[in-house]
Design a protein around this ligand. Structure first.
Ligand SMILES: [Ca+2]
Ligand SMILES: [Ca+2]
Length: 673
């Protein structure tokens, strides 16, 4: 094919293509774009944060004229694009170029949007992450030209056809930047006027008025270590308040009722009696499953939110417990069950009795005049999971909002540090965004909000809903890698990269990394009580980026299948403890305290090979190399040389060609000279 024919062919192809073109302006009123690309018909711009608006318009290559105007007819000049005088008015001009003009590169190869947190991510004044995704292998390197200085962007990871370049800007005063890259001997730029090979306009915006809001998680939550307590089963400190028919704490789990109507007498005094134990473990925070008045053992069917369950204690005892934990430097997180109440909750009782005549009728979703008796019949009201004893609460009802505010205030006064939100994805985001979050953060700006989200939580972690989530995706990755026969290190990396790449970087150390919970089988059971594999999983949990959550009793080797077998009473006879597991936990927790890299450092993968996983945690001079091999064959280490100290055993080892035994886990730091 001759060059002319090829050019002609390309022109035919490209003259038909549409290129996404971005418009981005600041205005106090809703702006519209009027252009010759659609016969001057108004195009409504979308709201970003602050005073910023944006629009993405698909245009064929060519030169276009346009202007911006508000509803009241006020003309605005787009400061980022070229413009010319048109009599007394200003017209903007934009040239949408053929990809052939840029060695085949087009704006479609980039997806940087300044109004999207994925790319432009303000953490706090002076601190920003900027991420620039480019179609993979297009450029070897990308630079950020920032306030006139050239900064090389790190290739963070390659994922799904894109290379992700990122910079973390700290202590900066002025935001003024564009991107630069080279293709052959050609230099290209990407700025507020799009892609160009000549003049580039910087993204120049003030830190007081950004197109994306600042968002950071509470400082204390970054890398914090949690202990999850299911109060009915942790410790019985007061036999006086035991429910009737409480069962023997040490009875064979096979012969007792662990379910929602089975009781053992655990309570808050039990936790108070074991504060030394929690201190000895070295945890930073306690997450309690629900503690409010409820007829069940799990208490997810609340009868009264303003009352601590009488079998657990009372409000004053809670206050005492929280205050003792706080004085030990430990935070307390409560379980917030706001999707539904229990059917014994007074408002629902009133609706059941009076039907439509009840003041609280609109607190629920009842079809017809009265909630129909549910046992043995179909329900006529919405309930969680179809369980009639958990009627769904109408959280957007202003009276319900006011009631929930009193709950937040009461427990904030007790000194708690935040809430874990039950089935958070089933509640309209509007409730979290406009009511729950602002109210709680107003009471305590350092309060932590953790959603129970099992899958991809990206939309919940954009700054307007939650600070963290129960990170079951971490558990899934560990299960796949450690517990399943494939033991693929690459799969572990892919599964964790999937969310690490998608979530804002500032939430990553605050994610609740769990191996198990009151809703899953215990991890020791998942690995068929293989202690070596369990220790690898715990090792990953304690060294991976995020906040480990220990489900009560895992640390002494408790086993248990799915709910409710995972809720057995915690043994307090030390002869029933697996001391090897407990000491291992303590050793790892000590290392977390000694090495800030483990709790708050950056995470990067060094290598994966079959079952061998090697990754790094790094914070300043604190650099640790973590190595796992859950496979049943030894694997040879490559790419790391020199003497390193293994921190679990204290051994000094030469890393080059080191054989990593099957079913092993190691943490190295470079040995001192
Ligand atoms: Ca008790
Ligand atoms: Ca009770």
């Amino acid at each position: 094919m001759s060059k002319t024919v090829l050019t002609l062919l390309l022109l035919v192809i490209f003259s038909g293509i549409l290129l996404s073109t971005d418009f981005f302006i600041s205005s106090t009123e809703q702006p519209y774009i009027f252009g010759d690309f659609n016969g001057w018909q108004p195009i409504k711009m979308e709201k970003a944060a602050g005073s910023w608006w944006y629009a993405e318009i698909e245009l064929k290559p060519g030169i276009y004229h346009y202007y911006l105007s508000t509803e009241s007819g006020k003309r605005i000049t787009d400061p980022f694009k070229n413009h010319q005088s048109e009599g007394t008015d200003i017209l903007n001009i934009i040239e949408v170029k053929n990809p052939t003009d840029f060695s085949g590169i087009s704006e479609g190869d980039f997806s940087f949007k300044i109004w999207d947190r994925d790319y432009f991510n303000p953490v706090k004044p002076g601190e920003f992450f900027i991420t620039f995704p480019v179609v993979e292998r297009l450029f070897n390197s990308t630079f950020l030209i920032f306030n006139g200085k050239k900064i090389k962007m790190n290739l963070l990871r390659n994922y799904d056809g894109y290379d992700y370049f990122r910079v973390h800007l700290q202590d900066i005063e002025k935001l003024n930047f564009y991107f630069e890259f080279s293709k052959g001997d050609k230099k290209l730029y990407f700025g507020a006027n799009g892609l160009s090979d000549s003049t580039v306009t910087s993204f120049s915006i003030s830190q007081e008025d950004l197109p994306v809001d600042y968002f950071d998680t509470p400082e204390w939550s970054k890398g914090a270590l949690y202990y999850q307590i299911f109060p009915e089963r942790f410790a019985n400190g007061d036999p006086e308040n035991d429910p009737e028919d409480s069962q023997n704490w040490y009875a064979d789990p096979k012969n007792v009722n662990l379910g929602s109507n089975g009781f053992f007498g655990g309570d808050l005094q039990g936790v108070l009696n074991h504060l030394d134990y929690l201190e000895g473990l070295g945890i930073d925070a306690v997450y309690f499953n629900p503690i409010f008045e409820s007829p069940s053992s799990h208490k997810y069917d609340t009868a009264d939110y303003l009352k601590v369950d009488d079998n657990f204690g009372d409000y004053n005892l809670l206050k005492k417990l929280v205050s003792e934990l706080n004085s030990m430097g430990k935070k307390v997180i409560l379980d917030g069950v706001f999707n539904h109440t229990g059917d014994e909750f007074w408002a629902f009782q009133d609706v059941k009795e009076k039907g439509k005549e009840s003041t609280y009728f609109d607190w629920y979703f009842v079809k017809g005049n009265k909630p129909r008796k549910y046992k043995g019949h179909a329900m006529n009201y919405i309930a969680w999971g179809g369980y009639g004893d958990m009627p769904k609460l109408n959280v957007l009802n202003p009276e319900v909002i006011a009631y929930i505010n009193t709950i937040l205030e009461k427990y904030n006064n007790a000194g708690i540090a935040g809430w874990r939100l039950d089935v958070a994805g089933e509640i309209k985001p509007e409730f979290w965004r406009s009511h729950f979050r602002p109210t709680l953060k107003e009471l305590n700006k350092n309060a932590l909000i953790v959603g129970e989200i099992w899958g991809d939580a990206k939309v919940y972690l954009q700054g307007d809903l939650f600070d963290s989530i129960m990170n079951y995706q971490f558990r899934d990755a560990v299960t796949e890698y450690v517990a399943r026969a494939g033991h693929s290190a690459r799969k572990f990396v892919n599964m964790t990269d999937y969310y690490l790449k998608r979530y804002p970087p500032q939430v990553l150390t605050s994610l609740w990394n769990m191996l198990d919970s009151h809703d899953t089988e215990r991890f020791l059971t998942t690995v068929y009580s293989n202690e070596k594999l369990f220790k690898i999983a715990v090792g990953l949990q304690m060294t991976f980026i995020g906040s480990p959550v220990i489900y009560y009793g895992d640390e002494v080797g408790m086993t248990g299948g799915k709910d409710p077998d995972n809720r057995r009473p915690m043994p307090w006879k030390e002869e029933l403890w697996n001391k090897s597991i407990l000491n291992y936990y303590k050793k790892l927790i000590t290392l977390r305290k000694e090495h800030p890299a483990l709790s708050r450092g950056d995470y990067s993968v060094i290598s994966t090979s079959n079952s061998l996983l090697v990754y790094k945690r790094e914070m300043g001079n604190d650099v640790l190399v973590i190595i796992a091999n859950p496979g049943d064959k030894a694997e040879r280490l490559s790419g790391i040389t020199g003497n390193h100290k293994e921190l679990l055993t204290g051994e000094i080892l030469e890393m080059e060609g080191l054989s990593i035994p099957p079913e092993s886990f190691m943490i190295f730091e470079a040995a001192n000279e």
